[in-house]
Ligand binder design. Structure first.
Ligand code: NAD
Ligand code: ZN
Length: 254
């Protein structure tokens, strides 16, 4: 069922019983913080050429062939992110985490806004743009001045070319994260699943929704536009994360 304004009373009632919550987020939850999404209205795929260029430069093969190009694209993303603050949606998810017994957040975002909002139990499945990894000596690091970077940074230890600790297009997910994803979203799926601001095109994003639904759990999508999971979920809340998530947090806390 689709809703656009308020939570229906029956849903509010069910939310008061939620104790074990799973949340999945994508770029859309950060749209109200001023960070562009990839797809959907206002996303960079609205301009297909820019979309293609971005995807190409944020890919494993480009990082290997022309790391400066990949890093310049990440720097552009960092400039958008630098002044961004968590919005009501990020904050409501952190609040939900505090008020229930068990909570896991799976995010595809690399902007760090969930961390800033105070979320703790988090799987950042695509990594974090400000984290780095040296492919040569394996040292992990953090880069503060990413926004002003003009070329690929070097490792302070061994002078190798650093890579961003993000999963680029065409790359494999981190094994440890995949294990956590399985535990939290395939094995113990909780009693409520929220999916917010994602086109859900990756199977590891849409499958947990199908699994939760099959097991009779409460499933809710928040997105201004229909997606591939809209037909699977119990409730489609049409609109922004910042509109709906505070209402959901308030209902859970009652
Ligand atoms: P996407 O760009 O494919 O889709 C964004 C979705 O958000 C769309 O379905 C859109 O309708 C919805 N949306 C737009 N405004 C919204 C709002 N205010 N509230 C709720 N939903 C809203 O995003 P995706 O599915 O996350 O896939 C994009 C990929 O690109 C991910 O892998 C992610 O790592 C990466 N990415 C990350 C960021 C970021 O970290 N903020 C930004 C762009 C892309
Ligand atoms: Zn090194």
């Amino acid at each position: 069922m689709e809703y656009t304004e308020d939570l229906p009373p029956k849903l509010k009632q069910r939310l008061t019983q939620s104790q074990s919550v799973r949340a999945i987020t994508g770029a859309g939850i950060s749209a109200e913080s001023g960070i562009s999404t990839y797809r959907g209205k206002g996303g960079i795929y609205d301009d297909p050429e820019e979309g293609d260029r971005t995807v190409e430069s944020l890919s494993g093969p480009t990082l290997a062939a022309d790391p400066d190009r990949t890093w310049r694209t990440l720097a552009a993303l960092a400039r958008q992110t630098r002044d961004a603050k968590p919005n009501a949606g990020h904050l409501a998810l952190a609040e939900i985490e505090k008020s229930v017994a068990d909570f896991v957040l799976l995010t595809q975002n690399v902007d760090g806004l969930h961390r800033q909002a105070g979320s703790k139990e988090m799987i950042e499945i695509h990594g974090h743009i400000f984290d780095t990894l040296c492919p040569r000596c394996r040292k992990a690091g953090h880069i503060d001045d990413l926004a002003t970077l003009e070329k690929a940074p070097s490792c302070p230890e061994c002078d190798g070319t650093l890579r961003p600790d993000v999963v680029l297009f065409g790359e494999m997910l981190d094994h440890g994260n995949v294990q956590r994803l399985h535990r939290g979203f395939y094995e113990d799926v909780g009693d409520l699943l929220l999916i917010i601001g994602t086109t859900a095109l990756f199977p590891y994003i849409s499958e947990p929704v199908a699994i939760a639904r099959q097991r009779g759990k409460l499933t809710i999508e928040i997105n201004p536009e229909p997606t591939v999971v809209s037909n699977i979920v119990d409730y489609s809340l049409r609109g922004a994360g910042g509109h709906w998530l505070p209402k959901i947090a308030a209902a859970i806390k009652r």
